[in-house]
Design a protein around this ligand. Structure first.
Ligand code: HEM
Length: 553
């Protein structure tokens, strides 16, 4: 009996201790820490709009954005910062280049000075990363894959394939797209990983991934030709690009299980759209456990995606176990399964959940971004026929009427300039977030642990101060001077945590555009409504409608 009383008393004390801790943590999270951060930043002259309770400045941001995007733009022009980042424009006018605002309880400091950005991205990548809020917003569709991993976890995931990198393979795709090199962008490192992660190095020949790209693009062109033959003239090109880039990444990740891969990615896209709404829902610790319809829908889609992924993984493992196949395959899935078997000297190992998260991450990070790059580039070329003709002439000259080979891609310099200008005007990722997990010093600034630094890439890319008076105009010529604007150009982020798929994306964009431009001429349709919006990435709200005209073979 006495033992039972002691046991119950201990349980009770533990319960009370837990409640007290929860209470103290909540006070710290919602009151003490925000006050501390506000004070430290104010002492350095960094101020911002007054936050309203637990919602911070979210309400004001939402209302500014819904007002600015309520109407379409009156013509096709590219002065889109006020439309897409109205809070940035409003607050930077009132508080200067550096200001602090609150996304719920997360303090975000806006940073536009490129020297400081360079320092942040190149020196502090291990003590900065993705915040809890960001991870919550995306964890259902990418989990803790590379994009959302932090610290040592990120480091190991990113390094997993480094030793297999072969320098000479890089030369093939290092196409002067190294605008970022003086910012210390680790271009080589990025390429290195994707080669290994995607199984490009050693196992697959360089032609095979460009082979997937060419093969899938041929199929898309065929379906466009068929539609033209049956009398169709106007096309929403965004749909075609989204399907094409999803096909390419599905082939890259799943090769033989490609059809099932496409099915998974279809569900993943629905899941992503649902999760995109999270930024409109107030997110707080524990909110995901609430039995709301929103949470239930997310859960059931996620379970279906995981079930299908597990089915593919299991069937690959079964094939090896029963001896029907001697390896897991040469695609990304096969590579990751091989990594799972390995005992690494650094003690880090991948488990099944990580394999699944990585597959989802590469799909998410790799297809929509590239599809948007292609869609915006077609829009820009369709409304700038002079550049379209110039690029077509270059492609004809370099590729001699054939499908572009990997060796020819670096010679497509005008196309490269157009792609860069498209990425400058419409960078798929409008902002780059970096949460400080430790106190850091950035130039003259002291950044306390707990602040998320927000780099408004879109605003930097459109800054007249940095790019000149024509900053909002389409002028690919500015990229003819290789290093002129490099420090302010960051569509793929910078430093060791830059985009791992940068070279893959550029290669893909060049192949697809070169093949499309050689087959069709295109003009912007009267039905096109210029209305860029941000839903995670910059999208054309109603798609991009163009008239396609087949060219003589
Ligand atoms: C035009 C196309 C693309 C653009 C503009 C783009 C842009 C970016 C940016 C800005 C980041 C940094 C995000 C951040 O840290 O907050 C990033 C990271 C990443 N990208 Fe891309 N990306 C593109 C294509 C691709 C492709 C094709 C793949 C894969 C096949 C890919 C895979 C990734 C991954 C895995 C990361 C996370 C890297 C890390 O944190 O170490 N991306 N990308």
């Amino acid at each position: 009996m006495a033992a039972l009383v002691v046991f119950l008393l201990t349980l009770f004390i533990l319960f009370i201790a837990l409640l007290v801790k929860l209470f103290l943590d909540t006070i710290d999270c919602y009151m003490v820490n925000p006050r501390r951060i506000r004070k430290i930043m104010a002492q350095q002259g960094v101020c911002g709009p007054k936050p309203a309770g637990v919602t911070g400045n979210m309400k004001e941001m939402c209302s500014l954005t819904s007002k600015s995007t309520a109407k379409d733009m009156d013509s096709i022009h590219h002065d889109i910062v006020g439309r897409l980042l109205p809070h940035y424009v409003t607050w930077s006018k009132s508080y200067g280049k550096r200001f602090i605002y609150w996304h719920g309880i997360e303090p975000r400091m806006c940073l536009t000075e490129t020297e400081l950005i360079k320092e942040l991205m190149t020196k502090h990548h291990l003590v900065t990363g993705k915040s809890w809020l960001q991870q919550q917003g995306s964890k259902h569709f990418i989990g803790r894959g590379l994009l959302m991993a932090n610290g040592q976890d990120w480091y190991h995931q990113r390094h997993i394939a480094a030793p297999a990198f072969m320098g000479d393979k890089l030369k093939v795709i290092n196409n002067n797209n190294n605008m970022n090199s003086d910012m210390g962008f680790d271009f080589v490192f990025g390429v290195l990983i994707i080669f290994k992660m995607v199984g490009f190095s050693g196992i697959m020949e360089k032609q095979s991934y460009s082979g997937h790209m060419v093969e899938c693009t041929k199929q898309m062109l065929k379906s466009l030709e068929n539609a033209v033959e049956s009398g169709k003239t106007e096309f929403e090109i965004g749909e075609y690009m989204a399907r094409l880039t999803a096909d390419i990444i599905a082939k890259t990740e799943f090769a033989s299980s490609y059809e099932k891969g496409k099915q998974i990615f279809h569900l993943l896209t629905s899941l992503q759209h649902l999760c995109a709404e999270a930024s409109r829902h107030l997110c707080f610790p524990g909110s995901r456990f609430l039995p709301t319809k929103y949470n239930r829908d997310i859960k059931s889609l996620k379970m279906e995606v995981d079930r299908l992924l597990l089915e593919i993984i299991q069937s690959r493992r079964d094939c090896v176990e029963i001896g029907r196949s001697s390896s897991y395959g040469n695609d990304l899935l096969g590579m990751l399964l091989n990594e799972m078997e390995k005992k690494r000297s650094d003690g880090f190992s991948i488990n099944q959940q990580m394999v699944m998260d990585e597959l989802k991450t590469f799909f998410f990070a790799g297809h929509e971004t590239t599809s948007l790059l292609l869609t915006w580039t077609v829009m820009l070329l369709a409304s700038n026929p002079t550049w379209q003709d110039k690029v077509r002439a270059e492609i004809k000259h370099v590729c001699n009427g054939g499908v572009p080979s990997v060796d020819q891609l670096p010679k497509l310099t005008l196309l490269n300039m157009v792609i860069n200008e498209s990425l400058r005007l419409y960078p798929p990722a409008t902002v780059l977030p970096r949460m400080a997990f430790e106190d850091i010093k950035l130039g003259d600034l002291f950044i306390p642990k707990g602040i998320s630094i927000w780099i408004p890439v879109l605003a930097i890319h459109h800054s007249e101060e940095l790019w000149g008076k024509d900053a909002n105009e389409f002028n690919p010529e500015r990229f003819s001077r290789p290093y002129a604007s490099s420090r302010h150009f960051m569509p793929f982020a910078a430093g060791p945590r830059n985009c791992i798929g940068q070279s893959f994306a550029i290669m893909e964009a060049k192949i697809i555009l070169a093949m499309l431009i050689s087959k069709f001429s295109f003009n912007i349709s009267e039905s096109y409504r210029h209305a860029p919006i941000v839903v995670m990435t910059i999208k054309p709200k109603y798609g991009v409608q163009v008239y396609l005209k087949p060219l003589d073979p």
